[in-house]
Design a protein around this ligand. Structure first.
Ligand SMILES: [Zn+2]
Length: 140
């Protein structure tokens, strides 16, 4: 049911934790699994120097957060905005259909942290103009 990569990231998630003086924090949740995801980012000169997450949720949510943080670490804000849940699923080698929403949550958490960063710094980030951090997570 789960790929080796999903299992591996679930057993050994990367970038778990909290960043005390984070530049952007995003927290999202979904009702379906009861997953709650919080992502912290340290951003310098538009580059995501460090990213950490805390996820209370199912295995797919943990694997998705782990993979999402790996994919955006060291990337620019503009690149990170373009991270899609599809890219997370692909990097994980696939997720069961009923668990795809957990990867959507990871995408939303990343966007939400970037949105927070943009708000705090009075920046306009391309791709976040229509982002609503309070919107319910929906499947794409
Ligand atoms: Zn889930």
């Amino acid at each position: 049911m789960y790929t080796e990569k999903v299992m591996e990231h679930f057993r050994n998630p990367r970038n778990v934790g909290e960043i005390k003086d984070a530049d952007g924090i995003g927290m999202v949740g979904n009702a379906k699994c009861g997953d709650i995801m919080k992502i912290y980012m340290k951003i310098n000169n538009g580059i995501i120097d460090d990213v950490k997450f805390q996820t209370f949720g199912c295995g797919s949510a943990i694997a998705s957060s782990s993979m999402a943080t790996e994919l955006i670490k060291g990337k620019s804000v503009d690149e990170a905005v373009e991270l899609t849940n599809k890219a997370v699923v692909e990097a994980l080698g696939g997720l069961p259909k009923v668990k795809v929403h957990c990867s959507v949550l990871a995408e939303q958490a990343v966007k939400s942290a970037l949105y927070d960063y943009a708000q705090k710094n009075n920046l306009v980030v391309k791709g976040l103009e229509d982002f609503n951090p309070d919107e319910d997570v929906h499947e794409h």
